[in-house]
Design a protein around this ligand. Structure first.
Ligand SMILES: CC(C)(COP(=O)(O)OP(=O)(O)OC[C@H]1O[C@@H](n2cnc3c(N)ncnc32)[C@H](O)[C@@H]1OP(=O)(O)O)[C@@H](O)C(=O)NCCC(=O)NCCS
Length: 171
Protein backbone atom coordinates (compact mmCIF):
# COMPACT_ATOMS: atom_id res chain seq x y z
CA UNK A 1 0.00 0.00 0.00
CA UNK A 2 2.81 2.40 -0.86
CA UNK A 3 0.28 4.53 -2.73
CA UNK A 4 -1.72 5.07 0.48
CA UNK A 5 -1.62 8.55 1.93
CA UNK A 6 -3.30 9.66 5.13
CA UNK A 7 -3.99 13.37 5.32
CA UNK A 8 -5.46 15.72 7.88
CA UNK A 9 -8.59 17.40 6.50
CA UNK A 10 -8.72 21.18 6.53
CA UNK A 11 -11.76 23.45 5.93
CA UNK A 12 -10.68 23.73 2.27
CA UNK A 13 -11.22 19.94 1.92
CA UNK A 14 -14.90 20.15 2.84
CA UNK A 15 -16.18 18.80 -0.50
CA UNK A 16 -13.86 15.81 -0.35
CA UNK A 17 -14.96 15.14 3.21
CA UNK A 18 -18.64 15.61 2.38
CA UNK A 19 -18.43 13.09 -0.48
CA UNK A 20 -16.57 10.48 1.58
CA UNK A 21 -18.77 10.89 4.64
CA UNK A 22 -22.03 10.70 2.65
CA UNK A 23 -20.68 7.62 0.83
CA UNK A 24 -19.96 6.00 4.18
CA UNK A 25 -23.43 6.72 5.57
CA UNK A 26 -25.09 5.40 2.41
CA UNK A 27 -22.89 2.30 2.18
CA UNK A 28 -22.84 1.34 5.90
CA UNK A 29 -26.04 2.70 7.47
CA UNK A 30 -25.86 0.33 10.46
CA UNK A 31 -22.36 1.40 11.43
CA UNK A 32 -23.14 4.98 12.46
CA UNK A 33 -25.48 6.79 14.82
CA UNK A 34 -26.11 9.45 12.19
CA UNK A 35 -27.89 8.78 8.89
CA UNK A 36 -27.40 9.64 5.23
CA UNK A 37 -30.65 11.64 5.18
CA UNK A 38 -29.65 13.70 8.21
CA UNK A 39 -26.24 14.61 6.81
CA UNK A 40 -27.30 14.99 3.16
CA UNK A 41 -29.48 17.85 4.44
CA UNK A 42 -26.49 19.76 5.83
CA UNK A 43 -25.58 23.02 4.12
CA UNK A 44 -22.20 23.29 2.44
CA UNK A 45 -21.26 25.92 5.02
CA UNK A 46 -21.94 23.35 7.74
CA UNK A 47 -19.61 20.80 6.09
CA UNK A 48 -16.90 23.43 5.94
CA UNK A 49 -17.40 24.55 9.54
CA UNK A 50 -17.22 20.94 10.78
CA UNK A 51 -13.61 21.02 9.69
CA UNK A 52 -12.97 24.49 11.07
CA UNK A 53 -11.63 23.33 14.39
CA UNK A 54 -10.57 26.76 15.64
CA UNK A 55 -14.08 28.07 15.07
CA UNK A 56 -15.57 25.04 16.85
CA UNK A 57 -13.06 25.24 19.70
CA UNK A 58 -12.55 21.51 19.47
CA UNK A 59 -9.35 19.48 19.47
CA UNK A 60 -9.73 16.94 16.69
CA UNK A 61 -7.88 15.01 14.05
CA UNK A 62 -10.12 14.59 10.97
CA UNK A 63 -8.38 12.12 8.65
CA UNK A 64 -8.85 11.05 5.08
CA UNK A 65 -7.07 8.08 3.51
CA UNK A 66 -6.29 8.44 -0.17
CA UNK A 67 -5.22 5.61 -2.46
CA UNK A 68 -3.73 6.68 -5.79
CA UNK A 69 -5.15 10.13 -5.05
CA UNK A 70 -8.72 8.89 -4.50
CA UNK A 71 -10.47 9.18 -1.11
CA UNK A 72 -10.91 5.67 0.31
CA UNK A 73 -11.32 6.10 4.05
CA UNK A 74 -12.11 8.49 6.85
CA UNK A 75 -11.83 8.60 10.63
CA UNK A 76 -11.84 11.27 13.30
CA UNK A 77 -10.08 11.54 16.62
CA UNK A 78 -11.73 14.05 18.98
CA UNK A 79 -10.99 15.32 22.46
CA UNK A 80 -13.96 16.91 24.16
CA UNK A 81 -13.68 19.43 26.97
CA UNK A 82 -13.51 19.07 29.91
CA UNK A 83 -12.07 15.55 29.76
CA UNK A 84 -8.81 16.14 27.96
CA UNK A 85 -7.49 12.69 28.87
CA UNK A 86 -9.93 10.86 26.58
CA UNK A 87 -9.66 10.66 22.80
CA UNK A 88 -12.83 9.55 21.00
CA UNK A 89 -12.81 7.84 17.63
CA UNK A 90 -15.65 8.52 15.22
CA UNK A 91 -16.71 8.04 11.60
CA UNK A 92 -14.34 5.15 10.83
CA UNK A 93 -14.98 3.92 7.30
CA UNK A 94 -13.00 2.33 4.47
CA UNK A 95 -14.26 2.00 0.92
CA UNK A 96 -15.48 -1.61 0.31
CA UNK A 97 -13.10 -2.34 -2.57
CA UNK A 98 -10.06 -1.50 -0.43
CA UNK A 99 -11.00 -3.28 2.77
CA UNK A 100 -8.71 -5.88 4.35
CA UNK A 101 -5.55 -4.03 3.32
CA UNK A 102 -4.76 -2.36 6.65
CA UNK A 103 -6.23 1.09 5.90
CA UNK A 104 -8.38 1.19 9.07
CA UNK A 105 -5.37 0.07 11.11
CA UNK A 106 -3.30 2.89 9.58
CA UNK A 107 -6.02 5.40 10.50
CA UNK A 108 -6.16 4.04 14.07
CA UNK A 109 -2.37 4.22 14.38
CA UNK A 110 -2.39 7.85 13.30
CA UNK A 111 -5.13 8.71 15.82
CA UNK A 112 -3.32 6.80 18.56
CA UNK A 113 -0.10 8.73 17.87
CA UNK A 114 -2.04 11.98 18.02
CA UNK A 115 -3.78 10.99 21.28
CA UNK A 116 -0.45 10.03 22.83
CA UNK A 117 0.96 13.39 21.76
CA UNK A 118 -1.96 15.07 23.52
CA UNK A 119 -1.16 13.10 26.70
CA UNK A 120 -4.48 11.23 26.59
CA UNK A 121 -4.71 8.12 28.75
CA UNK A 122 -7.66 6.46 27.03
CA UNK A 123 -9.18 6.00 23.57
CA UNK A 124 -12.91 5.40 23.36
CA UNK A 125 -15.31 4.38 20.59
CA UNK A 126 -18.66 2.74 20.04
CA UNK A 127 -19.27 -0.16 17.65
CA UNK A 128 -22.51 -1.83 16.60
CA UNK A 129 -22.51 -5.25 18.26
CA UNK A 130 -23.45 -7.06 15.02
CA UNK A 131 -20.53 -5.47 13.14
CA UNK A 132 -18.11 -8.35 13.60
CA UNK A 133 -15.50 -7.00 11.21
CA UNK A 134 -15.25 -3.70 13.08
CA UNK A 135 -15.31 -5.43 16.48
CA UNK A 136 -12.40 -7.61 15.25
CA UNK A 137 -10.55 -4.57 14.01
CA UNK A 138 -10.78 -2.80 17.36
CA UNK A 139 -9.97 -5.95 19.36
CA UNK A 140 -6.92 -6.59 17.20
CA UNK A 141 -5.85 -3.01 17.94
CA UNK A 142 -6.12 -3.54 21.72
CA UNK A 143 -9.60 -2.22 22.45
CA UNK A 144 -11.76 -4.05 24.99
CA UNK A 145 -15.51 -3.86 25.64
CA UNK A 146 -16.24 -1.36 28.40
CA UNK A 147 -19.59 -0.20 29.71
CA UNK A 148 -23.19 -0.90 28.92
CA UNK A 149 -24.72 -1.34 25.50
CA UNK A 150 -26.39 1.75 24.06
CA UNK A 151 -29.00 2.31 21.34
CA UNK A 152 -27.51 3.00 17.90
CA UNK A 153 -30.33 5.51 17.35
CA UNK A 154 -33.96 5.90 18.34
CA UNK A 155 -35.44 4.19 15.25
CA UNK A 156 -33.07 1.20 15.22
CA UNK A 157 -33.05 -2.08 17.19
CA UNK A 158 -29.25 -2.22 16.87
CA UNK A 159 -27.02 -1.81 19.89
CA UNK A 160 -23.64 -0.19 20.30
CA UNK A 161 -20.85 -1.57 22.46
CA UNK A 162 -18.52 1.04 23.96
CA UNK A 163 -14.86 -0.07 23.72
CA UNK A 164 -11.76 1.48 25.24
CA UNK A 165 -8.01 1.20 24.93
CA UNK A 166 -5.66 2.46 27.62
CA UNK A 167 -2.71 4.41 26.35
CA UNK A 168 0.63 3.75 27.94
CA UNK A 169 3.10 6.56 27.91
CA UNK A 170 6.75 5.60 28.01
CA UNK A 171 8.32 7.00 31.18
C1 LIG B 1 -14.41 -1.91 9.80
C2 LIG B 1 -13.59 -1.34 8.66
C3 LIG B 1 -13.33 0.13 8.97
C4 LIG B 1 -12.26 -2.10 8.58
O1 LIG B 1 -11.45 -1.46 7.60
P1 LIG B 1 -10.25 -2.23 6.86
O2 LIG B 1 -9.38 -1.21 6.24
O3 LIG B 1 -10.80 -3.26 5.97
O4 LIG B 1 -9.52 -2.94 8.10
P2 LIG B 1 -8.01 -3.41 8.11
O5 LIG B 1 -7.65 -3.98 6.78
O6 LIG B 1 -7.15 -2.30 8.65
O7 LIG B 1 -8.04 -4.62 9.13
C5 LIG B 1 -7.56 -4.50 10.42
C6 LIG B 1 -8.05 -5.66 11.28
O8 LIG B 1 -9.49 -5.69 11.30
C7 LIG B 1 -9.94 -7.05 11.30
N1 LIG B 1 -10.66 -7.30 10.03
C8 LIG B 1 -10.65 -6.53 8.93
N2 LIG B 1 -11.44 -7.10 7.97
C9 LIG B 1 -11.93 -8.23 8.50
C10 LIG B 1 -12.82 -9.24 8.02
N3 LIG B 1 -13.37 -9.19 6.79
N4 LIG B 1 -13.13 -10.27 8.85
C11 LIG B 1 -12.61 -10.34 10.08
N5 LIG B 1 -11.76 -9.40 10.61
C12 LIG B 1 -11.43 -8.38 9.82
C13 LIG B 1 -8.71 -7.91 11.40
O9 LIG B 1 -8.41 -8.11 12.77
C14 LIG B 1 -7.66 -7.03 10.76
O10 LIG B 1 -6.36 -7.30 11.19
P3 LIG B 1 -5.49 -8.40 10.39
O11 LIG B 1 -5.55 -8.04 8.93
O12 LIG B 1 -4.14 -8.24 10.98
O13 LIG B 1 -6.14 -9.71 10.65
C15 LIG B 1 -14.31 -1.51 7.29
O14 LIG B 1 -14.72 -2.86 7.15
C16 LIG B 1 -15.53 -0.61 7.13
O15 LIG B 1 -15.40 0.54 6.71
N6 LIG B 1 -16.73 -1.12 7.48
C17 LIG B 1 -17.96 -0.34 7.31
C18 LIG B 1 -18.01 0.86 8.25
C19 LIG B 1 -17.79 0.45 9.68
O16 LIG B 1 -18.26 -0.57 10.12
N7 LIG B 1 -17.08 1.31 10.42
C20 LIG B 1 -16.81 1.10 11.82
C21 LIG B 1 -17.70 1.97 12.62
S1 LIG B 1 -17.45 1.69 14.37
Amino acid sequence: MSELDIKILTPEDWELYKTARLNSLKESPDSFGSTYNQEAALLDTEWRSRLDLKFREIDALPLIAEFKGQPVGIAWGCIHKPNLKVAHIYQMWVSPELRGKGIAKSLLLKIEGWALGRRCSLMVLGVTTSNEVAVNLYRSFGFVAAGQLEELRADSPLLVQPMTKELNHAV
